[in-house]
Design a protein around this ligand. Structure first.
Ligand SMILES: O=C(O)CCC(=O)C(=O)O
Ligand SMILES: [Fe+2]
Length: 316
């Protein structure tokens, strides 16, 4: 069997005091993976595996439930993010259904009433993603050669993070795309995938599979970190192909910044190393809204979508 190109890194040392050499090795492998692919995988991340498998099972049975049951979970009209059940408009260029969740306790969250444990399991999964997100944030700061608290000090507001449960139908003869090639708006994203191989990252024009590994979580860099690091870590283009003969489900957790934050390349990646900033300052919320706008257009062409290059300063 071919060795997966994006293997999983064992985070155990980060949950212990000491082990400085081991931690440094992990930081090195993650730095390499981020520079090469913008993706890495983690195991022994502290998120309980019985929780991840229960959440995957519950989400699958929700998406397989009758349409009327799912439509009871439609987003509220005034929600800032369409929390609840969404299905791509038809005709559409992608084929997935998803359930958006805001942090536990948000008034906008809408969960199916049945089974009764659905809400509790998803809220617990959210809390676990928040926790591992903060560990990953520290590790990424170190990968960037910064003190571990830099990203937390820049933004400690976790209320803009959100979690999406995704469901992809099997491929048909005509349609194979589950999620179109895209880059995430987040600072970084953590993905829990089931055992179906479908997620791919683009590198040098080739699509590379993020092979599912038991117990692993996938992490990818998002646009916000690309801007903050002035392109030192780039947000990778990735896509999901619908599998043959079966459905796939996954969760994507977006570790964001506060929407009210103005973002621009940090001085550590510009002034301090005599580099010109590659992006002009912008309000993170502004970008989130523009990207949301891409999604809700009924007929959309990928070329027409707004991406992070909207804020790029043209090179002289
Ligand atoms: O389903 C997946 O594995 C990834 C989904 C994704 O890329 C996204 O929601 O941004
Ligand atoms: Fe994505």
């Amino acid at each position: 069997m071919a060795i997966p190109k994006i293997p999983a890194v064992d985070l155990t040392p980060f949950f212990r005091e000491g082990y400085e050499d081991e931690k440094r090795k992990i930081v090195d492998s993650i730095t390499n993976a981020c520079s090469e692919y913008g993706f890495f995988q983690i195991v022994n991340h502290g998120v309980p595996l019985d929780l991840t498998s229960q959440a995957l099972k519950l989400s699958k049975s929700f998406f397989e439930s009758p349409t009327e049951a799912k439509l009871k979970c439609c987003p509220l009209p005034n929600a800032p993010v369409p929390a609840g059940y969404n299905k791509k408009p038809n005709p559409s260029y992608e084929f997935n259904e998803f359930l958006i969740m805001l942090p536990p306790g948000s008034d906008f969250n809408i969960f199916p009433a049945d089974p009764p444990q659905f809400r509790e399991v998803m809220e617990e999964l959210f809390s676990q993603f928040l926790k591992i997100g903060m560990v990953v944030e520290r590790i990424l700061s170190e990968c960037l050669g910064l003190p571990p608290c830099v990203l937390k000090e820049l933004n400690d507001d976790r209320s803009w993070d959100f979690l999406i449960a995704l469901f992809y139908l099997p491929a048909t003869e005509k349609e194979r795309i589950g999620a179109n090639p895209h880059k995430d708006v987040s600072c970084f994203t953590i993905v829990l995938q089931d055992e179906v191989a479908a997620l791919e990252v683009q590198k040098d024009g080739e699509w590379i599979l993020i092979a599912p590994q038991p117990g692993a979580l996938v992490v990818n860099i998002g646009d916000a970190l690309q801007v903050l690091t002035n392109d030192k870590f780039k947000s990778p283009t990735h896509r999901v192909l619908r599998p043959n003969g079966r459905s796939r489900n996954s969760f994507a957790f977006f570790h964001n910044l506060s929407g009210d934050k103005w973002i621009q390349p940090l001085s550590q990646f510009t002034k301090e190393i005599v580099e010109q900033p590659k992006y002009r300052p912008f309000l993170y919320k502004d970008y989130l809204q523009k990207r949301q706008g891409n999604k809700s257009k009924h007929v959309s062409r990928i070329e027409d979508e707004i991406t992070i290059s909207y804020y790029a300063i043209p090179e002289e």
